[in-house]
Design a protein around this ligand. Structure first.
Ligand code: AMP
Length: 214
């Protein structure tokens, strides 16, 4: 099963992606994660994209498409792939469709996680992740057992992402509305779109997505 996850920043997409990855045994391809890794390793690509990411802008379609195609070329023992954070605009969606057609690979479903803008803004402000293992938390919606500490890493600190500022959030939301939301019509016209209400609990959203995929 090959799927695409759509949803505005702050909707809980990362949390759902981890659950879906484990439940359906999928290769999780997150372009944001891949780019952050390049940045932290200080590779030439990381240096090139670092400033763009910090400002909330979009990295070039060519770079992110190369990352995705390279990642899905080796599925190992996985049962398919899940794209998270890609495609983010129509050009990327068309590029992806062309590349996948060349490899005779099909996308089975596009899940769109939906939520009100005010909720999304609150979620973004509460976002934290473990500095050691990267596990995601939200101080409002998915808090750790002990405030400020990772549940699994024996007290490791929870930190804000470098690009988690209010200014960046607004820019990223606007980017989403302008460039990514039109993908819903694109995938709907192909009969692939499955909208899911993202305003419930982590468990209920996961259940709705799983049902939409079955
Ligand atoms: P994310 O973790 O998905 O929110 O991505 C973090 C940042 O990485 C974004 O704000 C962009 O600067 C960059 N990025 C991630 N995925 C893409 C993509 N598909 N196209 C362009 N830029 C991306």
């Amino acid at each position: 099963m090959n799927i695409i996850l759509l949803g505005p920043p702050g909707v809980g997409k990362g949390t759902q992606a981890t659950l879906l990855r484990d439940h359906f045994k999928l290769l999780h391809v997150s372009t944001g994660e891949a780019l952050r890794k390049e940045k932290s390793l200080g590779t030439p690509l990381g240096k090139e994209v670092g400033k763009i990411m910090e400002s909330g802008g979009l990295v070039s379609d060519d770079i992110v498409t190369r990352i995705v195609i390279s990642a899905i070329s080796d599925l190992g023992d996985k049962k398919g792939f899940m794209l998270d954070g890609y495609p983010r605009n129509l050009a990327q969606a068309e590029l992806l469709a062309k590349m996948l057609a060349e490899k005779s690979i099909k996308i089975d479903s596009v899940i769109s996680i939906e939520a009100d803008k005010e909720i999304v803004i609150k979620r973004l402000a509460g976002r934290r992740s473990c500095e050691k293992c990267g596990k995601d938390y939200n101080i409002h919606f998915n808090p750790p057992k002990v405030a400020g500490e990772c549940d699994v890493c024996d007290g490791a600190k929870l930190i804000c992402r470098a690009d988690d500022t209010e200014e960046t959030h607004l820019r990223r939301l606007t980017e989403y509305e302008d460039k990514t939301e039109p993908l819903k019509a694109y995938y709907s016209s192909k009969g692939l779109l499955k909208p899911v209400d993202g305003m419930g609990t982590v468990e209920s959203v996961f259940r709705d997505i799983s049902e939409a995929l079955n």
